[in-house]
Write a protein that binds this ligand. Structure first.
Ligand SMILES: Cc1ncc(COP(=O)(O)O)c(C=O)c1O
Length: 482
């Protein structure tokens, strides 16, 4: 982590890299953004990237790559079977996590498909600290259900709890007693909980939860997609980790688990995924699923170029100067917004800054998707594309009623090494403006609602002419061309 001091003010987040390749951005005027939002069915997933100024939808596959990663992509070994690029990746993963058996897959949800297909039977339970959309969809598709056992305090939006992703050990024991250990397919812990604000998990909690799983003969699975952010927080917030290297913390976490999987669109700053399986028999029992769903066992649907980039990215994820940049930018954003009174998830976590829509637009009923509406407002008033992480991202209950999310968030992701601090300042400024005009924001309703993962492809409309009124107010303050 950079120990860079300033002469006349407190330290600010510092980029420990320089920009070598750039992509030009455009800022459409507000009237055009309103038109684009309507064409996108008030769903930020449906916007075209060329119509966006600050793309803060996700960190997935859009982290900046390093010169070393690009250099690696120039020397891959292209082969359907037995690619040396795959073996280099496998060796690197074994060096870092201590597990040899590696099943490649084209991204994180493909790993989730393989795990669910192998382990989930109708009626089974999968225990999690908190669910992720695609992880849950694969489990429910196969007739299983998910139990979320994060500590109650983890769901309190404004707090100073350092590890809000920790599983509640009493709830874990009670859940296993209720479900019966034989009915639990596996326990999945997400290191850096995506849907509750990128909040990290402590090493202590990993250890305790896995010990309980082991005692009951339950397979433990680590979703390491957001591990790089988690490692930063272990290092700076957990006493036990203060004197450990990032590699030592990683190994200590990994040693607790039977299986580790990740999306390399996040962990590794590239595009791909893999499952690491400690036990040889378990590994062999899953192998056939890779050629069936992904591709041969030495590429798993990935390009060999990406495999080379991932391999370099894993090494970079072990460097504090690299993994500290995202969380520091997030912390800065969260603190500036919090000071102004904007409701945000505190403390800042990984992945992005998370705005609490339940409070921000408390006048919008949950059934009208407050976080979805607020996400649209950020685009209308700044060309900023965030992602709804609330009720709209849930699936309906079997009786058709809405499943109201326990947190109603707008995620403003900070893909790693991508944005500068002046761009972050712009976002903070526009969010403050929207906060001061929040009474103008209204709700949304579906006009096309898919049954599964509706947030990706669903289309909505505004429940009134609030988008027009919001844009008029924005233009009155900023002019026609902003
Ligand atoms: C924690 C976590 N697990 C799994 C996934 C799925 O990965 P992918 O998008 O590569 O399918 C994501 C994606 O955002 C994630 O954040």
């Amino acid at each position: 982590m950079p120990a860079i001091k300033f002469y006349d003010h407190e330290p600010i987040p510092m980029e420990m890299h320089k920009v070598k390749i750039v992509q030009q951005l455009t800022l459409l005027p507000a009237d055009q953004r309103l038109q684009k939002m309507k064409e996108a069915g008030f769903n930020t997933f449906q916007l075209h990237n060329g119509d966006i100024f600050m793309d803060m939808l996700t960190d997935s596959g859009v982290n900046a790559m390093s010169d070393k990663q690009l250099a690696g992509m120039m020397t891959p070994d292209d082969a359907y079977a037995g690619s040396e690029s795959f073996y280099r990746m496998q060796d690197k993963l074994e060096e870092i996590f201590g597990i040899k058996n590696c099943l490649p897959a084209h991204q994180g949800r493909a790993c989730e498909n393989i795990l669910a297909t192998r382990f989930v039977k109708p009626g089974n339970c999968v225990i999690m600290n908190y669910h992720f959309t695609t992880a849950k969809a694969h489990i429910t598709r196969l007739g299983g259900h998910v139990e979320e056992l994060v500590k109650d305090e983890g769901l309190v939006s404004h707090s100073d709890l350092p590890f809000k992703g920790d599983i509640d050990i009493d709830k874990l024991e009670a859940c296993i007693a209720k479900e019966g250990a034989d009915n639990v397919s596996f326990m999945r812990i997400e290191s850096g909980t995506n849907l509750i604000g990128g909040q990290p998990v402590s090493l202590k909690s990993f250890r305790e939860a896995c010990a309980v799983a082991k005692k009951h003969g339950i397979i433990s699975v680590l979703d390491a997609s957001l591990l790089q952010d988690n490692l930063y927080f272990n290092k700076i917030r957990e006493e036990e980790c203060k004197d450990m290297t990032i590699r030592e913390i990683t190994r200590e976490i990994a040693d607790q688990f039977d299986i580790i999987y990740f999306s390399a669109r996040k962990f590794g700053f590239a595009r791909g995924g893999a499952i690491l399986v400690r036990d040889d028999d378990l590994f062999h029992s899953m192998e056939d699923l890779v050629p069936m769903f992904e591709g041969f066992l030495t590429y798993g649907g990935m390009s060999v170029r990406e495999i080379e980039a991932m391999t370099v990215g894993f090494d970079e994820s072990m460097e504090m100067d690299v993994i500290s940049q995202g969380p520091q930018f997030i912390d800065y954003t969260v603190k500036r917004l919090d000071e102004y009174g904007v409701p945000v998830i505190t403390p800042g976590g990984g992945l992005g800054a998370h705005v609490d829509a339940t409070e921000f637009v408390s006048h919008i009923p949950s059934e009208e998707y407050p976080a979805g509406a607020l996400t649209c407002a950020f685009y209308l008033c700044g060309g900023i594309r965030g992602m709804e992480r609330g009720t709209l991202s849930e699936e309906r209950n079997p009786d058709g009623s809405e499943r109201i999310a326990s947190m109603e968030l707008v995620r403003l992701a900070l893909p790693r090494r991508v944005f500068t601090l002046s761009q972050v300042e712009y976002v903070i400024d526009r969010v403050k403006w929207v906060f001061d005009h929040r009474h103008l924001i209204g709700g949304l309703r579906f006009v096309h609602e898919p049954a599964t993962l509706r947030f990706f492809t669903g289309r909505l409309e505004a429940t009134s002419d609030w988008p027009e009124k919001l844009v008029e107010a924005f233009k009155a303050d900023f002019g026609e061309d902003q």
